[in-house]
Design a protein around this ligand. Sequence first.
Ligand code: PLP
Length: 423
Amino acid sequence: MPKPRMTTTMWHPFANMAELGGRAVRIVRGEGCTVYDEDGRAYLDATASLWYCNVGHGRRELADAAQAQMTTLAGFHTFEAYANPAAESLCDRLAELAPMQGARVFLTAGGGSDAVDTAAKLARAYWSAAGRPDKRVILSRSFAYHGMNAYGTSLGGMAANVEPYGSLIPEVGQVPWDDASGLSTAIDLAGAERVAAFFCEPVVGAGGVLLPPRGYLERVQAICREREVLLVVDEVITGFGRLGAWFGSLRFGLVPDLLVCAKGLTSGYLPLGAVVASSRVAAPFWEAGSTRVFRHGYTYSGHPTACAVALANLGIIEREGLVARVRELERVLASALQPLRSCDLVAAVRSGVGLLAGIEIREDRRQADPALMSKLVAAARERGVITRSLAGRALQVSPPFVISEAEVGRIADVMATVLADAA
Ligand SMILES: Cc1ncc(COP(=O)(O)O)c(C=O)c1O
Protein backbone atom coordinates (compact mmCIF):
# COMPACT_ATOMS: atom_id res chain seq x y z
CA MET A 1 0.00 0.00 0.00
CA PRO A 2 1.16 3.53 -0.69
CA LYS A 3 2.28 5.11 2.54
CA PRO A 4 -0.46 7.06 4.30
CA ARG A 5 0.27 10.73 4.60
CA MET A 6 -2.07 13.20 6.20
CA THR A 7 -3.33 15.93 3.99
CA THR A 8 -5.85 18.23 5.49
CA THR A 9 -6.93 20.50 2.70
CA MET A 10 -7.73 18.52 -0.45
CA TRP A 11 -11.43 17.65 -0.65
CA HIS A 12 -11.74 14.79 -3.12
CA PRO A 13 -14.72 14.57 -5.49
CA PHE A 14 -17.12 11.74 -4.67
CA ALA A 15 -15.13 10.74 -1.60
CA ASN A 16 -16.02 10.09 2.02
CA MET A 17 -13.46 12.46 3.48
CA ALA A 18 -14.05 11.24 7.03
CA GLU A 19 -13.09 7.73 5.98
CA LEU A 20 -10.30 8.69 3.58
CA GLY A 21 -8.66 10.41 6.54
CA GLY A 22 -5.94 12.03 4.48
CA ARG A 23 -4.80 8.77 2.87
CA ALA A 24 -4.62 9.30 -0.85
CA VAL A 25 -3.17 7.15 -3.60
CA ARG A 26 -0.86 9.71 -5.14
CA ILE A 27 -0.41 9.06 -8.82
CA VAL A 28 2.69 10.80 -10.08
CA ARG A 29 3.46 9.40 -13.54
CA GLY A 30 1.87 7.52 -16.42
CA GLU A 31 3.06 5.62 -19.47
CA GLY A 32 0.77 3.75 -21.87
CA CYS A 33 -1.74 1.82 -19.76
CA THR A 34 0.30 2.04 -16.57
CA VAL A 35 0.36 4.70 -13.89
CA TYR A 36 2.78 4.91 -10.96
CA ASP A 37 2.32 6.13 -7.41
CA GLU A 38 4.78 8.15 -5.35
CA ASP A 39 6.50 4.96 -4.16
CA GLY A 40 7.05 3.77 -7.70
CA ARG A 41 4.32 1.10 -7.56
CA ALA A 42 2.85 0.36 -10.98
CA TYR A 43 -0.89 0.02 -11.59
CA LEU A 44 -2.57 -1.12 -14.76
CA ASP A 45 -5.11 1.60 -15.48
CA ALA A 46 -8.19 -0.47 -16.29
CA THR A 47 -10.36 2.66 -16.32
CA ALA A 48 -8.35 4.99 -18.61
CA SER A 49 -8.53 7.35 -15.63
CA LEU A 50 -12.19 8.47 -15.69
CA TRP A 51 -12.93 6.85 -19.10
CA TYR A 52 -10.92 9.45 -20.92
CA CYS A 53 -7.33 8.48 -21.60
CA ASN A 54 -8.05 6.84 -24.95
CA VAL A 55 -4.54 7.20 -26.40
CA GLY A 56 -2.83 6.17 -23.18
CA HIS A 57 -0.67 8.07 -20.73
CA GLY A 58 2.64 9.82 -21.34
CA ARG A 59 2.23 10.94 -24.95
CA ARG A 60 5.04 13.37 -25.59
CA GLU A 61 3.38 14.47 -28.82
CA LEU A 62 0.46 15.98 -26.91
CA ALA A 63 2.77 17.85 -24.55
CA ASP A 64 4.62 19.16 -27.63
CA ALA A 65 1.34 20.28 -29.22
CA ALA A 66 0.47 22.16 -26.02
CA GLN A 67 3.90 23.72 -25.83
CA ALA A 68 3.87 24.80 -29.49
CA GLN A 69 0.47 26.43 -29.06
CA MET A 70 1.31 27.99 -25.69
CA THR A 71 4.46 29.58 -26.97
CA THR A 72 2.52 31.02 -29.93
CA LEU A 73 -0.77 31.97 -28.30
CA ALA A 74 -1.62 30.26 -25.03
CA GLY A 75 -5.10 31.66 -24.65
CA PHE A 76 -7.50 34.10 -26.16
CA HIS A 77 -11.25 34.07 -25.88
CA THR A 78 -13.74 33.22 -28.62
CA PHE A 79 -16.67 35.38 -27.49
CA GLU A 80 -18.30 37.54 -30.16
CA ALA A 81 -16.03 37.99 -33.20
CA TYR A 82 -12.89 36.21 -31.97
CA ALA A 83 -11.60 32.86 -33.14
CA ASN A 84 -8.26 31.09 -33.35
CA PRO A 85 -6.98 28.63 -35.96
CA ALA A 86 -6.85 25.67 -33.57
CA ALA A 87 -10.47 26.12 -32.48
CA GLU A 88 -11.67 26.55 -36.06
CA SER A 89 -9.78 23.50 -37.32
CA LEU A 90 -11.12 21.43 -34.44
CA CYS A 91 -14.71 22.45 -35.19
CA ASP A 92 -14.21 21.51 -38.85
CA ARG A 93 -12.80 18.13 -37.84
CA LEU A 94 -15.65 17.41 -35.41
CA ALA A 95 -18.26 18.43 -37.96
CA GLU A 96 -16.62 16.01 -40.42
CA LEU A 97 -16.53 13.11 -37.95
CA ALA A 98 -20.05 13.55 -36.55
CA PRO A 99 -22.98 11.69 -38.14
CA MET A 100 -24.94 14.84 -39.00
CA GLN A 101 -24.70 16.67 -42.33
CA GLY A 102 -23.92 20.38 -42.15
CA ALA A 103 -23.21 20.30 -38.43
CA ARG A 104 -22.03 23.31 -36.43
CA VAL A 105 -19.82 22.96 -33.37
CA PHE A 106 -20.00 24.90 -30.10
CA LEU A 107 -16.87 24.42 -27.98
CA THR A 108 -17.17 24.34 -24.22
CA ALA A 109 -14.57 24.58 -21.50
CA GLY A 110 -14.22 22.28 -18.53
CA GLY A 111 -15.49 18.90 -19.60
CA GLY A 112 -18.67 16.96 -20.19
CA SER A 113 -20.78 18.79 -17.61
CA ASP A 114 -20.35 22.13 -19.37
CA ALA A 115 -21.16 20.49 -22.69
CA VAL A 116 -24.31 18.86 -21.24
CA ASP A 117 -25.55 22.16 -19.82
CA THR A 118 -24.79 23.84 -23.14
CA ALA A 119 -26.80 21.21 -25.04
CA ALA A 120 -29.75 21.49 -22.66
CA LYS A 121 -29.83 25.26 -22.90
CA LEU A 122 -29.42 25.10 -26.68
CA ALA A 123 -32.33 22.65 -26.94
CA ARG A 124 -34.60 25.08 -25.11
CA ALA A 125 -33.19 28.09 -26.99
CA TYR A 126 -33.82 26.28 -30.29
CA TRP A 127 -37.51 25.79 -29.57
CA SER A 128 -37.88 29.39 -28.42
CA ALA A 129 -36.21 30.51 -31.62
CA ALA A 130 -38.44 28.19 -33.63
CA GLY A 131 -41.48 29.96 -32.18
CA ARG A 132 -42.42 27.16 -29.76
CA PRO A 133 -41.28 28.47 -26.38
CA ASP A 134 -43.53 26.04 -24.52
CA LYS A 135 -41.27 23.15 -25.50
CA ARG A 136 -39.18 23.15 -22.33
CA VAL A 137 -39.38 19.67 -20.76
CA ILE A 138 -36.20 17.61 -20.95
CA LEU A 139 -36.36 13.85 -20.45
CA SER A 140 -33.55 11.52 -19.48
CA ARG A 141 -33.16 7.89 -18.36
CA SER A 142 -32.84 6.04 -15.10
CA PHE A 143 -29.17 5.27 -14.35
CA ALA A 144 -28.12 8.18 -16.58
CA TYR A 145 -25.08 10.26 -15.73
CA HIS A 146 -24.85 13.63 -17.45
CA GLY A 147 -22.31 15.36 -15.26
CA MET A 148 -22.54 17.53 -12.22
CA ASN A 149 -23.54 21.00 -13.37
CA ALA A 150 -27.11 22.05 -12.71
CA TYR A 151 -28.75 20.55 -15.81
CA GLY A 152 -26.63 17.41 -15.67
CA THR A 153 -27.43 16.88 -12.00
CA SER A 154 -31.16 17.32 -12.56
CA LEU A 155 -31.08 14.95 -15.53
CA GLY A 156 -29.13 12.32 -13.60
CA GLY A 157 -30.74 8.96 -13.09
CA MET A 158 -29.03 7.92 -9.86
CA ALA A 159 -30.89 9.17 -6.80
CA ALA A 160 -27.82 9.60 -4.61
CA ASN A 161 -26.39 12.15 -7.05
CA VAL A 162 -29.60 14.16 -7.33
CA GLU A 163 -31.43 14.12 -4.01
CA PRO A 164 -29.18 16.27 -1.81
CA TYR A 165 -29.66 19.27 -4.06
CA GLY A 166 -33.42 19.66 -4.35
CA SER A 167 -34.87 20.66 -7.69
CA LEU A 168 -32.23 22.58 -9.57
CA ILE A 169 -33.77 22.65 -13.04
CA PRO A 170 -37.53 22.68 -13.46
CA GLU A 171 -39.39 20.76 -16.17
CA VAL A 172 -37.27 17.63 -16.33
CA GLY A 173 -38.47 14.04 -16.24
CA GLN A 174 -37.12 10.52 -16.17
CA VAL A 175 -37.94 7.40 -18.16
CA PRO A 176 -36.77 3.79 -17.68
CA TRP A 177 -33.35 3.31 -19.26
CA ASP A 178 -34.29 0.20 -21.21
CA ASP A 179 -37.87 0.65 -22.37
CA ALA A 180 -38.59 2.80 -25.41
CA SER A 181 -42.33 2.69 -24.79
CA GLY A 182 -41.63 4.47 -21.48
CA LEU A 183 -40.38 7.40 -23.53
CA SER A 184 -43.55 7.61 -25.66
CA THR A 185 -45.67 7.41 -22.52
CA ALA A 186 -43.70 10.21 -20.83
CA ILE A 187 -43.97 12.41 -23.94
CA ASP A 188 -47.71 11.75 -24.14
CA LEU A 189 -48.14 12.55 -20.45
CA ALA A 190 -46.26 15.85 -20.68
CA GLY A 191 -47.71 16.61 -24.12
CA ALA A 192 -45.36 16.57 -27.13
CA GLU A 193 -45.95 20.30 -27.52
CA ARG A 194 -44.14 20.76 -24.17
CA VAL A 195 -41.20 18.37 -24.62
CA ALA A 196 -37.95 19.87 -25.91
CA ALA A 197 -35.44 17.03 -25.78
CA PHE A 198 -34.49 13.54 -24.74
CA PHE A 199 -30.97 12.92 -23.41
CA CYS A 200 -29.46 9.51 -23.96
CA GLU A 201 -26.08 7.80 -23.57
CA PRO A 202 -25.59 5.15 -26.32
CA VAL A 203 -24.16 2.86 -23.65
CA VAL A 204 -24.91 4.02 -20.09
CA GLY A 205 -21.46 4.46 -18.53
CA ALA A 206 -21.33 5.61 -14.92
CA GLY A 207 -24.70 3.94 -14.29
CA GLY A 208 -22.96 0.57 -14.60
CA VAL A 209 -22.09 -0.01 -18.31
CA LEU A 210 -25.62 -0.80 -19.46
CA LEU A 211 -25.76 -1.87 -23.09
CA PRO A 212 -28.90 -0.76 -24.91
CA PRO A 213 -31.43 -3.55 -25.43
CA ARG A 214 -31.56 -4.59 -29.09
CA GLY A 215 -33.47 -1.99 -31.12
CA TYR A 216 -33.87 0.39 -28.18
CA LEU A 217 -31.81 3.25 -29.62
CA GLU A 218 -33.37 3.01 -33.09
CA ARG A 219 -36.79 3.06 -31.47
CA VAL A 220 -36.16 6.12 -29.26
CA GLN A 221 -34.74 7.91 -32.28
CA ALA A 222 -37.94 7.20 -34.21
CA ILE A 223 -40.11 8.32 -31.26
CA CYS A 224 -38.19 11.59 -31.00
CA ARG A 225 -38.60 12.21 -34.75
CA GLU A 226 -42.33 11.42 -34.69
CA ARG A 227 -43.04 13.66 -31.69
CA GLU A 228 -40.68 16.48 -32.66
CA VAL A 229 -38.46 16.02 -29.64
CA LEU A 230 -34.74 16.73 -30.04
CA LEU A 231 -32.53 13.67 -29.65
CA VAL A 232 -29.48 14.65 -27.60
CA VAL A 233 -26.87 11.90 -27.59
CA ASP A 234 -24.40 12.20 -24.72
CA GLU A 235 -21.16 10.79 -26.11
CA VAL A 236 -18.93 12.06 -23.31
CA ILE A 237 -17.76 8.49 -22.67
CA THR A 238 -18.66 6.84 -25.97
CA GLY A 239 -17.11 9.42 -28.30
CA PHE A 240 -13.75 9.09 -30.04
CA GLY A 241 -13.60 5.35 -30.40
CA ARG A 242 -14.72 3.82 -27.09
CA LEU A 243 -17.48 1.86 -28.85
CA GLY A 244 -15.35 0.90 -31.86
CA ALA A 245 -16.60 3.77 -34.04
CA TRP A 246 -15.73 7.46 -33.91
CA PHE A 247 -19.05 7.95 -32.14
CA GLY A 248 -21.51 5.53 -30.55
CA SER A 249 -24.12 7.19 -32.75
CA LEU A 250 -22.35 5.86 -35.83
CA ARG A 251 -22.24 2.36 -34.40
CA PHE A 252 -25.97 2.39 -33.64
CA GLY A 253 -27.20 4.32 -36.68
CA LEU A 254 -28.20 7.44 -34.74
CA VAL A 255 -28.32 10.89 -36.26
CA PRO A 256 -28.61 13.16 -33.20
CA ASP A 257 -29.97 16.67 -33.19
CA LEU A 258 -27.28 17.47 -30.64
CA LEU A 259 -24.21 15.39 -29.84
CA VAL A 260 -22.31 16.07 -26.61
CA CYS A 261 -18.66 15.12 -26.23
CA ALA A 262 -15.58 15.72 -24.03
CA LYS A 263 -13.15 13.25 -22.33
CA GLY A 264 -11.65 11.33 -25.30
CA LEU A 265 -11.64 14.56 -27.34
CA THR A 266 -8.30 15.37 -25.72
CA SER A 267 -7.78 11.98 -24.03
CA GLY A 268 -7.85 14.14 -20.90
CA TYR A 269 -4.53 15.85 -21.60
CA LEU A 270 -6.42 19.13 -21.19
CA PRO A 271 -10.08 19.74 -20.34
CA LEU A 272 -12.34 20.43 -23.33
CA GLY A 273 -15.84 19.66 -24.47
CA ALA A 274 -18.05 20.28 -27.47
CA VAL A 275 -21.64 20.24 -28.61
CA VAL A 276 -22.17 19.28 -32.23
CA ALA A 277 -25.46 20.73 -33.47
CA SER A 278 -27.36 19.50 -36.49
CA SER A 279 -28.09 22.01 -39.26
CA ARG A 280 -31.71 22.06 -38.11
CA VAL A 281 -30.83 23.19 -34.58
CA ALA A 282 -28.23 25.64 -35.85
CA ALA A 283 -30.49 27.16 -38.52
CA PRO A 284 -32.39 29.78 -36.48
CA PHE A 285 -29.09 31.18 -35.25
CA TRP A 286 -27.14 30.92 -38.49
CA GLU A 287 -29.60 31.65 -41.31
CA ALA A 288 -29.06 34.84 -43.29
CA GLY A 289 -30.72 37.81 -41.66
CA SER A 290 -31.20 36.19 -38.24
CA THR A 291 -30.64 38.45 -35.27
CA ARG A 292 -30.80 35.62 -32.72
CA VAL A 293 -27.84 35.09 -30.44
CA PHE A 294 -27.21 31.98 -28.34
CA ARG A 295 -26.31 33.95 -25.23
CA HIS A 296 -24.08 31.31 -23.72
CA GLY A 297 -20.38 30.48 -23.53
CA TYR A 298 -17.47 30.01 -21.18
CA THR A 299 -14.31 32.03 -20.71
CA TYR A 300 -12.33 29.02 -21.96
CA SER A 301 -14.68 27.96 -24.80
CA GLY A 302 -12.39 27.24 -27.75
CA HIS A 303 -9.23 27.64 -25.67
CA PRO A 304 -6.46 27.45 -28.28
CA THR A 305 -4.11 25.23 -26.26
CA ALA A 306 -6.85 22.73 -25.42
CA CYS A 307 -7.95 22.74 -29.07
CA ALA A 308 -4.40 22.19 -30.33
CA VAL A 309 -4.08 19.21 -27.99
CA ALA A 310 -7.45 17.86 -29.15
CA LEU A 311 -6.35 18.06 -32.79
CA ALA A 312 -3.10 16.25 -32.01
CA ASN A 313 -5.02 13.63 -30.02
CA LEU A 314 -7.48 13.00 -32.87
CA GLY A 315 -4.45 12.77 -35.15
CA ILE A 316 -3.00 9.98 -32.99
CA ILE A 317 -6.31 8.06 -32.89
CA GLU A 318 -6.49 8.25 -36.67
CA ARG A 319 -2.83 7.57 -37.48
CA GLU A 320 -2.59 4.59 -35.14
CA GLY A 321 -5.91 3.13 -36.23
CA LEU A 322 -7.13 3.08 -32.63
CA VAL A 323 -10.84 2.98 -33.49
CA ALA A 324 -10.30 -0.24 -35.47
CA ARG A 325 -8.11 -1.50 -32.63
CA VAL A 326 -11.04 -1.11 -30.22
CA ARG A 327 -13.13 -3.28 -32.56
CA GLU A 328 -10.47 -5.99 -32.32
CA LEU A 329 -10.11 -5.61 -28.57
CA GLU A 330 -13.82 -5.71 -27.78
CA ARG A 331 -13.86 -9.45 -28.51
CA VAL A 332 -10.61 -9.97 -26.62
CA LEU A 333 -11.98 -8.15 -23.56
CA ALA A 334 -15.34 -9.93 -23.69
CA SER A 335 -13.76 -13.35 -23.87
CA ALA A 336 -11.17 -12.56 -21.18
CA LEU A 337 -13.95 -11.51 -18.80
CA GLN A 338 -16.27 -14.37 -19.76
CA PRO A 339 -15.02 -16.74 -17.02
CA LEU A 340 -15.94 -14.18 -14.34
CA ARG A 341 -19.59 -15.03 -14.98
CA SER A 342 -19.14 -18.18 -12.99
CA CYS A 343 -17.72 -16.36 -9.92
CA ASP A 344 -20.02 -16.63 -6.97
CA LEU A 345 -20.08 -12.86 -6.40
CA VAL A 346 -20.87 -11.96 -9.99
CA ALA A 347 -24.42 -11.36 -11.20
CA ALA A 348 -23.50 -10.42 -14.78
CA VAL A 349 -20.64 -9.32 -16.99
CA ARG A 350 -21.71 -6.68 -19.49
CA SER A 351 -19.29 -6.42 -22.40
CA GLY A 352 -19.05 -7.03 -26.13
CA VAL A 353 -19.67 -3.54 -27.51
CA GLY A 354 -16.48 -1.51 -27.55
CA LEU A 355 -13.62 -1.47 -25.10
CA LEU A 356 -15.60 -1.30 -21.87
CA ALA A 357 -17.29 -3.63 -19.47
CA GLY A 358 -19.22 -3.66 -16.23
CA ILE A 359 -18.86 -6.55 -13.81
CA GLU A 360 -22.11 -6.54 -11.85
CA ILE A 361 -21.81 -7.76 -8.25
CA ARG A 362 -24.74 -9.68 -6.76
CA GLU A 363 -27.19 -7.46 -4.92
CA ASP A 364 -27.64 -9.78 -1.95
CA ARG A 365 -23.88 -9.80 -1.37
CA ARG A 366 -23.68 -6.01 -1.63
CA GLN A 367 -26.52 -5.66 0.83
CA ALA A 368 -24.93 -8.11 3.24
CA ASP A 369 -21.71 -6.08 3.17
CA PRO A 370 -22.18 -2.41 2.24
CA ALA A 371 -18.39 -2.00 2.04
CA LEU A 372 -18.03 -4.85 -0.47
CA MET A 373 -17.55 -2.67 -3.56
CA SER A 374 -14.85 -0.54 -1.95
CA LYS A 375 -13.12 -3.68 -0.65
CA LEU A 376 -13.07 -5.14 -4.17
CA VAL A 377 -11.69 -1.91 -5.63
CA ALA A 378 -8.99 -1.74 -2.93
CA ALA A 379 -8.10 -5.42 -3.37
CA ALA A 380 -7.69 -4.97 -7.13
CA ARG A 381 -5.47 -1.95 -6.53
CA GLU A 382 -3.42 -4.00 -4.05
CA ARG A 383 -2.83 -6.42 -6.92
CA GLY A 384 -1.88 -3.61 -9.28
CA VAL A 385 -5.10 -2.96 -11.20
CA ILE A 386 -7.14 0.24 -10.97
CA THR A 387 -10.89 -0.19 -11.26
CA ARG A 388 -13.88 1.69 -9.78
CA SER A 389 -17.31 0.98 -8.44
CA LEU A 390 -20.04 2.18 -10.80
CA ALA A 391 -23.31 3.21 -9.18
CA GLY A 392 -22.31 1.05 -6.21
CA ARG A 393 -23.08 -2.11 -8.18
CA ALA A 394 -20.53 -2.87 -10.90
CA LEU A 395 -16.78 -2.76 -11.45
CA GLN A 396 -15.57 -0.61 -14.32
CA VAL A 397 -13.28 -1.85 -17.07
CA SER A 398 -12.50 0.72 -19.78
CA PRO A 399 -8.75 0.76 -20.45
CA PRO A 400 -6.84 2.97 -22.89
CA PHE A 401 -7.06 1.78 -26.50
CA VAL A 402 -3.33 1.02 -26.58
CA ILE A 403 -3.70 -1.82 -24.12
CA SER A 404 -2.08 -5.10 -25.16
CA GLU A 405 -3.92 -8.41 -25.20
CA ALA A 406 -1.63 -9.60 -22.40
CA GLU A 407 -2.63 -6.61 -20.28
CA VAL A 408 -6.32 -7.33 -20.92
CA GLY A 409 -5.61 -10.85 -19.69
CA ARG A 410 -3.96 -9.48 -16.56
CA ILE A 411 -6.98 -7.32 -15.74
CA ALA A 412 -9.21 -10.40 -16.06
CA ASP A 413 -6.86 -12.53 -13.92
CA VAL A 414 -6.68 -9.94 -11.14
CA MET A 415 -10.46 -9.51 -11.18
CA ALA A 416 -10.92 -13.28 -10.98
CA THR A 417 -8.56 -13.53 -7.99
CA VAL A 418 -10.09 -10.59 -6.16
CA LEU A 419 -13.63 -11.89 -6.71
CA ALA A 420 -12.70 -15.40 -5.63
CA ASP A 421 -10.94 -14.13 -2.49
CA ALA A 422 -13.92 -11.98 -1.52
CA ALA A 423 -16.41 -14.78 -2.15
C1 PLP B 1 -22.11 10.46 -20.11
C2 PLP B 1 -21.47 11.56 -19.35
N1 PLP B 1 -21.89 12.82 -19.53
C3 PLP B 1 -21.32 13.85 -18.88
C4 PLP B 1 -20.28 13.65 -18.00
C5 PLP B 1 -19.66 14.81 -17.26
O1 PLP B 1 -18.37 15.03 -17.68
P1 PLP B 1 -17.33 15.83 -16.77
O2 PLP B 1 -17.11 15.05 -15.53
O3 PLP B 1 -16.11 15.94 -17.66
O4 PLP B 1 -17.90 17.18 -16.51
C6 PLP B 1 -19.80 12.36 -17.79
C7 PLP B 1 -18.68 12.10 -16.85
O5 PLP B 1 -18.34 10.98 -16.55
C8 PLP B 1 -20.42 11.29 -18.46
O6 PLP B 1 -20.03 10.02 -18.25
